[in-house]
Write a protein that binds this ligand. Structure first.
Ligand SMILES: *Cc1c(COP(=O)(O)O)cnc(C)c1O
Length: 394
């Protein structure tokens, strides 16, 4: 049999199976909505990042169909050769305004926006100071840059300060980087403190607002707006794949940064640009966010309702302050059990275990969206209560 040299993968997979942590993605049959059908089962969907319910919004679908009909299915080239379309530039201008930045650049995903940007702005002479819970795409970008990587304990401003102090040297650039909202815990970066520290050390300040764009700040402008720090963060990353409901990533910042990324951002240079349907749907999403601000209010109202319910029952929801609410079990087997019993009850929220979180930090993660009704959430809470008692979590 060919492929004998891959036998080690077979052994490692068997190990994951034994540990019960092998991933088997559920299959969505239909649209991404608050109630959806996965693997042949109708469930209350607490698993998506579709915060504002835009993924299946009629305006976005219409914009996508129209753009595909008029402009084609694909862009046909990378951005720097022949693949920059009017729609890309229009979306970039809109996103720059949305983020209060001079200019913006679209990438194929939030992942490539992060990894491509961090890798492009630092060299091996430089240093990156990074929160221990920052996203994998930041970690990959840091490695690609070959800069020295220094990790500070989660949300610890004083530790970040000390790391910047000790690695400060003439001609050495320092990048202080944090997620805005942390994807597994739902807590918010201590941005005012970090910005102050970055300014004091003349470090570049970068924030990854993947889970904060469309969620925090006025009309979803993000963490910078939430804390009133407009103009004091050099680089803002956004994704078009979560609250915006489509796909793609964004860098917003000063014009010379954007021009540099056009020249040196490897995913921008070497990977084909987004198709017209995707780009047009993103523009429509920004329109909807401006015209239907009640979506933000609804998102936060429903979030409070669901969190209050979990707290009343006595669940441990960690340090969450946003629509991402983990329900902590700590033990991995318990998280897997909680998720699968909830699934049996018609509630979909995934178990999150090592290596996504620390070994004793297992949980199921829930995300409420603006499209969940109070009935959806009440029904989900009743299931949590039954299963939580069964597993002696409450
Ligand atoms: C999801 C996520 C990304 C990646 O965004 P995609 O558009 O899905 O590639 C980057 N950073 C953080 C913090 C994320 O949660």
């Amino acid at each position: 049999m060919p492929g004998g040299s891959l036998d080690h993968l077979r052994e490692q997979l068997a190990e994951l199976e034994r540990a019960g942590t092998a991933l088997r993605p559920r299959v969505l049959e239909g649209q991404q909505r608050a109630r959806a059908r996965f693997d042949g089962r109708d469930v209350i969907n607490l698993a998506s990042n579709n915060y504002l319910g835009l993924a299946a919004h009629p305006r976005l679908k219409e914009a996508a169909s129209k753009a595909a009909a008029e402009l084609g299915a694909g862009s046909g080239a990378v951005r720097t050769i022949a693949g920059t379309m009017t729609l890309h530039r229009e979306l970039e201008r809109r996103f720059a305004t949305f983020k209060g930045a001079e200019d913006a650049l679209m990438f194929q995903s939030g992942f490539t926006a992060n990894s491509g940007t961090v890798a492009a702005i630092l060299t091996r002479e430089d240093v990156i100071v990074s929160d221990e819970l920052n996203h994998a795409s930041i970690i990959d970008g840091a490695r690609l840059s070959r800069a020295e990587i220094k990790v500070f304990p989660h949300r610890d401003v004083d530790a970040a300060d000390r790391l910047l102090e000790e690695s400060r040297a003439d001609g050495r650039h320092q990048l202080l980087i944090t997620d805005g909202v942390f994807s597994m815990d739902g807590d918010i970066a201590p941005l005012p403190g970090l910005v102050e520290v970055a300014e004091r050390h003349e470090a570049i300040m970068m924030i990854d607002d993947a889970h904060a764009s469309g969620v925090l700040g006025k009309n979803g402008k993000g963490t910078v707006d939430h804390f009133g720090l407009t103009g004091r963060v050099d680089i803002q990353v956004g994704t078009l794949s979560k609250a915006i409901g489509v796909m793609g990533g964004f860098i917003a910042g000063p014009r010379h940064l954007i021009q540099w990324l056009v020249n040196r951002g490897r995913p921008f240079l070497f990977s084909t640009s987004a198709p017209p349907a995707v780009t047009a749907a993103c523009i429509a999403a920004l329109d909807v966010m401006e015209e239907e601000p009640e979506r933000f209010d609804r998102l936060w109202e429903r979030t409070r309702f669901f969190k209050d319910g979990l707290h009343r029952m006595g669940f441990d929801t960690g340090t969450s302050e946003t629509p991402i609410t983990p329900v902590m079990t700590r033990e991995e087997v318990k998280a897997v059990e909680l998720s699968s019993l909830l699934w049996e009850e018609g509630v979909f929220c995934p178990a999150i275990v090592f290596p996504t979180v620390g070994r004793d930090r297992a949980r199921v993660r829930t995300i409420v969206t603006a499209d969940h009704t109070e009935e959806d959430l009440s029904e989900a809470l009743e299931a949590f209560e039954r299963v939580g008692k069964e597993l002696a979590l409450i």
